[in-house]
Structures are given as structure tokens and as C-alpha cells.
Design a protein around this ligand. Sequence first.
Ligand code: C6P
Length: 411
Amino acid sequence: MTSEDFDPNRIRKDFPALDQTVNGKPLVYLDNAATSQKPRRVLDAIHNYYEQDNANVHRGIHELSRRATVAYEEAREKVAGWINASDPSECVWTRGTTEAINLVSVAWGLDHVGEGDEILISVMEHHSNIVPWQILAARTKAKLRYIEIDDDGRLVLDDLGSLLNERTKVVAISHVSNSLGTINPVKEITEAAHAVGAVVMIDGAQGAVHTKVDVQDLDCDFYAFGGHKMCGPTGIGVLWGRKELLEVMSPFQGGGEMIHIVERDQSSWARVPNKFEAGTPNIVGAVGMGAAVDYLNDIGIERIEAHEREIMTYALQQLGEVPGVKIYGPKSVDEHSAVISFTMGDAHPHDISTILDMEGVAVRAGHHCAQLVMKHFDVSATARASFYLYSTKEDVDRLVAGLDQVAAIFN
Ligand code: C6P
């Protein structure tokens, strides 16, 4: 499949929010790594659910509850298909990637990590894949170890062998870095981690969005991703876990829906995945995420990936030619997902972002919840342009023109 028959300008028409002016200029939305815009199909699914089917799930024996339950469970099947899970019940609905990682660190971690054990993460991680493990390490007296990064923003894997040993209980690694765009060799890391008996948790917040993920092929143990970066609503995400692990894990939270029988002194748990879904879930979020998967499947993730690669090739080249711009992360587009982190001379990234905003161009500036990455590169912040299926070369040109304004102001 090539990107030739892929027309981002036609796709843009599906996204009402893209059709507006900001500060008098047509909006160029380049903050997709933070959250994507939503297509009409997802907005309609959310609206229709509330207008026609709204009820609680798995509880009422009435038509609306039946419909809500069917929609909720069908959405689970869709997200399972998106990552090629062998069974939808391996997909637990969560509030997002962050909650999915916290779920594993608590419900699996507290039972399997003890004093003197080791947890291996990397300097590249988003805070959501650092802090939960720091908390677990502090609670269990385990040791937190780090895979370092090099100056091209790649993981230093030469000494992976020396970082892994029989005390390593879990390796938690991002599929794609949100601050550098680096695509990590998660399959190889998983293999090495399994060789010492460690469990592998992959933070797929930026992975399942841009590339075909096959959890069976990756052979990892847990994979977390969220709806809002892939055209779905906020407040919904998925923890995929190997059935045999999920089944023996303790619950994460207690409440309705996650129980089998409640007695005065003790309770027993519902089957997976309900065991991990205490309380009324984000039903409409699941419905919206299911609609997002349908939308993306109709376009095809391979075509989206090919388009993004074309945009990234162009963007890396164009930004590379802007005087004073320094790009962080791998130089090769093969290792670089749809994120470009950069600084520009002495201009503070917040100023870059503010000037771009005046030109109608939305980028993110800051530490991107990756303070260890900023520390490695000895910067307090970067500006970050991130692309998606509706991004165009014209968007890149507008970004570059905005950077000319930055240069004019700072010179
Ligand atoms: N990154 C960004 O602008 P939540 O907030 O739970 O949906 O996702 C957390 C998360 C975890 N891992 C990675 C690699 C991520 O990129 C994110 C979210 C956003 O980069 C918001 S900080």
C-alpha cells in the first residue's frame, strides 16, 4: 500500500476542529502527540450513545442496558483487534495509559516485586512510566535501574545484558518516545528480558497510534495505550495483559462490577477483565474509542504510517535547514516516529510556541513529562511539533514560516 492514494486534505474534512482560524490564521494543529483531534464519526458515536442507548452496563435487565453493554463489549473487541490480542478479555478498560501502568505497578508489582529485586526502565520514559515504578520500588525496597540514552536519543542497549539479571522482575519501556520520537526495538528488549524471567510492560501511548501493533508478535506481557491520541475521547485507555498474568493478579481497586461474591469479612473477584473494572466505567469513552478504531481501520494503519513517514521526511529536512534549529532524537526517519523536538538558538521554547501560536500554529513546549530526557540534553525544555494522519506538507511550511518570525523577533 502506498501513500499515493492517501489524501490528507480529504481526511481533514472529517475533523471539524481543524476547520477554524486561530489568531486570524487557519489553524495548523501540530500537537498530536499530546492529543489528536476527533473525526465526526467519533463525535457522532458519542452523541448517539448518549441520545439513544445511555444506561449502565452489565447491571440492568432492560433494553437500554443491554444496548449499552453490547456497545461497551463490542468496543472491547475492536481495541483487541487493533493490537491483535488473542482474546478481548485480555483488554482492560482504564482511564488511559497512565492508569494502565499504575494498575500493573500496583496489582502485579506489589505481589511480585520484593526487597533486593530490580525494576528496569529507561531515561527516555514519560513520567507515567517512571513515577509508578519509583513508588513501587520505594514500597518494596526494590532497586530501580535505568537504560541510558545516547546523544541521538536512542536507548544504549549495548550493556542491556549487564542491566538484566535474575533479580530483574520487570522491564517497563516505551514503544515510542513522546519527547524524542525514537522508535524503540521493544521486541528485542522483550526477548532479552524474558531470558532472565522478567515481565515486560510496554508503554504504547505513542506506539499503537502510529504503527501496527501485534502484541502476540511482540510477545510482551503488558501493553498500555489510550484513546485520545488516536482520534478517540479522553479518559479512556486499554491495558492489554497476558490472560494467565491477569488471572492471578490482585484487583487494582475495589467496588461494584469487580466482585463475584461479597461477604462480611471477604469478597471474591469477578473474572478478567471485570476484576479490574471497579465502578461504573467510562462507557461512552469505550464507545468513542471503538468508533475511532473503526475510523482508522477504514483508512488503514499502513497507509497512515506511510503518509506520516512522508511528512516526517519532509519536516526533518525543512526544519533541519532553519538556521539555529537543533533537532533532538534519531536523524533517520526509520527510527523516528511523528514527533520532532527542537530548540532554536537562544529562544525559549515557550516563546517559540507563543510566536507560533500567533501564526495559528499549535505546538507544545516544555519538558513533555520527560524531565530525565531534558536533563540528558541539558535543556530545560524543547518545542515539539507532532504530526498525524491529517498533517500536510503545507502544515510543515507554515511551521517553518512561523520559525522565520521567531528568528526575526530574536535577531
Ligand atoms: N503524553 C504528550 O504530550 P495519558 O496522559 O495517560 O493519556 O498518557 C501518558 C503518556 C504515557 N506515555 C507516553 C509515551 C506519553 O506520551 C503519554 C502522554 C502526552 O506527550 C501528554 S504529557
